[in-house]
Design a protein around this ligand. Structure first.
Ligand SMILES: [Zn+2]
Length: 409
């Protein structure tokens, strides 16, 4: 089984190094760990593509950002490189294991960092392994055999980043804070005028929230990332990041690198599904539970148009949808569409009094509560006009990293 997972052969003198789970709530970021590792490589090693891969958001032992990284390395002496990586692992990455800090703002259970590092040089793990890690829980025993590996849980994500088949690609240019600024409570200083320019550039995406104008490129808290600029073209991501770094109104930085990513690829989703609504239940803050004939769906209060459409649904409506299944078997909606609606039945009006007729009991005609006139017509059918018959999606600031914008389809 494991042997069958390894398919693609690699060229001579090259390999892929994957890394994951070096971050924790108190700070740190796997992208920075990789940046420092690359800077520390022996002189004769050539650095190829860099990857940042987002994985299944419900994974039990996921870290904050749930992203793993990988880098392509070209070397003439693999043994020498592995010796170097061995020492590097012990001196610089292993000490990050077990790091955890509590934060009142996090409701999800946090696991201590359990870093992992993987080296593949003769063949690559199959894309099947990548899709599994993007779509469901994967255990450490399921990792295909690498030429060399170090550490624990992080090996899963590290392998996934190497196994990624890049069916759909976007880019993220990540800039890092200086060591002095990292970890301090000072908000990140970023040139807002230049950020606006970047937001308006063709091919950039998710730079600013269109509704509030707020920046979406900078994280908060003690992590070393200054910003991440997402774009659909490599050169656009690179130029935009450089433009921001060159400004006197952007704080000092400790470098920048461009990652190829699976963000906005929809790789975490399978085919769309369809079902018929049985009933809906509106919970606090507008979250909707949609019970369908075969599926239970959740439209969260932050999901904007999805929530609004979900609240409008009635029993018998046919819908199409997609999303991830949580541990309880409910689907967290990431997109929703109304395919057909059932008509609404209302009691007829009394022609004299213009008030609604009322039921007199089963198999009985309806009666006007005022003049007591009867009507044999029990119901009037009213066509329900759906607010939209297009797909709807959550607003930018509450989408998953992996979710593809509908307008790209
Ligand atoms: Zn009447």
């Amino acid at each position: 089984m494991i042997k069958a997972m390894i398919l693609i052969r690699l060229g001579e003198n090259m390999g892929w190094l994957g890394l994951d789970d070096t971050d924790h709530l108190g700070g740190g970021c796997t992208t920075k760990t990789l940046d420092i590792l690359i800077k520390g490589l022996p002189k004769n090693i050539e650095v190829g593509e860099l990857r940042l891969v987002r994985l299944w958001p419900f994974a039990k032992q996921r870290t904050r950002g749930n992203a793993s990284v990988a880098v392509e390395l070209i070397c003439t002496d693999e043994k020498k490189l592995l010796n170097h990586l061995d020492t590097w692992w012990k001196d610089n990455i292993l000490p990050l294991a077990g790091e955890i800090s509590s934060s009142e703002n996090y409701d999800r259970q946090q696991f201590p960092a359990d870093p992992g590092m993987i080296w593949f040089s003769r063949s690559l793990p199959s894309a099947e392994f990548y899709y599994n890690t993007a779509r469901k829980e994967v255990n450490i025993e399921d990792i295909p055999l690498a030429e060399k590996s170090w550490g624990g849980q992080g090996k899963i994500g590290a392998t996934a980043a190497i196994a990624w088949d890049k069916k759909m690609v976007t880019y993220e240019a990540i800039g890092w804070r200086t060591e002095t600024n990292t970890g301090i409570e000072k908000a990140r200083e970023i040139d807002v005028q230049r950020l606006q320019d970047i937001d308006e550039m063709e091919y950039t995406f998710m730079s600013r929230d269109p509704r509030t104008g707020n920046s979406m490129i900078a994280p908060r808290g003690p992590c070393p990332v200054l910003f991440g600029i997402r774009a659909r073209k490599y050169q656009v991501a690179k130029n935009a990041a450089q433009y921001l770094l060159d400004s006197r109104n952007t704080e000092d930085n400790s470098g920048m690198r461009i990652f190829t990513t699976n963000q906005a690829s929809d790789d975490h989703l399978e085919e769309n599904l369809s079902d018929i609504v049985k009933d809906t239940d509106i919970l606090s803050r507008g979250t909707v539970v949609i019970n369908c004939q075969e599926h239970k769906l959740l439209a969260f209060s932050e999901s904007g148009d999805i929530k609004k459409l979900a609240q409008w649904l009635e029993s018998g409506d046919r819908i199409s949808f997609n999303g991830l299944i949580n541990h309880d078997g409910a689907i967290h909606l990431e997109r929703l569409r109304i395919d057909s609606t059932v008509n609404k039945k209302v009691r007829p009006l009394c022609q004299k009094c213009n008030v609604k007729m009322k039921s007199m009991g089963q198999n009985q005609p309806v009666r006007c509560p005022k003049c007591r006139d009867k009507s044999e017509l029990k119901w009037n059918e009213i066509t329900r006009e759906a607010p939209t018959t297009n797909w709807v999606q959550a607003p930018l600031n509450s989408r998953r990293h992996l979710t593809k914008p509908l307008e790209w389809n």
